[in-house]
Design a protein around this ligand. Structure first.
Ligand SMILES: C[S@@+](CC[C@H](N)C(=O)[O-])C[C@H]1O[C@@H](n2cnc3c(N)ncnc32)[C@H](O)[C@@H]1O
Length: 223
């Protein structure tokens, strides 16, 4: 039986907010759909620590918090963009939940404390292939450009986390990662399998010119 959850309310966000923060789009919604598809599996594991990297508007962190139950699970979110952290806070409040967004690069201040402790990790990364200069500039500027510039194959930021992943997940832990076809999802699957993890494309969809998918990466085998 599939579980249906409402999309978080983001009506409080304005055009001006979206000059600074990524406006939820098809990539955000495919991630919500993937989490909804796996809702029973996720709830069944009774996750205690869930983390979203790059929370942007906060729509995904809010959805995840509602999915796992805000009272039984800690949902952490990070972003390099300070506006994104502020907006995530506002989105949480508008949806009557509590989030404490952390302004940082990926999981930098947390990763040693989160060793083998992450039950659910979610990332809709900057995945658009760009030159290295654009990637470095946008990561340095920490503004809206950092929402999409992903360097070679759109994978430079994502690869940093994929390399850390075996040290982060609990035995039943899972990561949900948004990709586009230019990220070479089959290569990601092979790379994660070489690290002893199981990686499956659980949802795939064309949105305009983008062929989007969500990969579930776990230690355990699931359907
Ligand atoms: C494609 S947007 C996704 C936003 C939101 N999660 C969603 O799905 O609508 C990518 C987000 O990652 C953030 N980001 C980019 N590089 C990052 C980094 N090195 N560390 C943390 N967040 C980063 C961006 O600021 C942006 O908010």
């Amino acid at each position: 039986m599939s579980i249906s959850l409402p999309t978080p309310n983001i009506a409080h966000l304005t055009e001006e907010d979206y000059e600074h923060v990524y406006e939820p789009a098809e990539d955000s919604f495919i991630l919500l759909d993937a989490l909804e598809l796996d809702a029973q599996l996720i709830r069944g594991d009774k996750p205690t620590i869930c983390v979203e990297i790059g929370s942007g508007s906060g729509i995904v962190s809010t959805f995840l918090s509602q999915l796992v139950g805000p009272s039984s699970s800690l949902v952490l979110s990070t972003d390099i963009n300070r506006y994104a952290c502020e907006v995530t806070l506002r989105t949480a409040k508008a949806n009557q939940i509590s989030l404490n967004p952390i302004l940082c690069h990926l999981l930098d201040p947390l990763s040693s404390r989160l060793r083998n402790k992450v039950d659910i990790l979610v990332f809709n990364p900057p995945y658009v292939p760009t030159g290295m200069t654009e990637l470095l500039d946008t990561q340095h500027q920490k503004d809206i450009g950092g929402a999409w510039a992903g360097g070679q194959d759109g994978m430079i930021v994502t690869d940093i986390i994929l390399d850390q992943l075996p040290d982060l997940l609990t035995p039943s832990g899972k990561m949900y990662l948004v990709t586009v076809v230019q990220n070479k999802p089959l290569e990601i699957i092979r790379k994660m399998e070489a690290k002893g993890l199981i990686c499956k494309e659980i949802i795939k969809r064309r949105a305009g010119r983008e062929l989007l998918s969500v990969l579930r990466i776990s230690r355990e085998l699931h359907q």
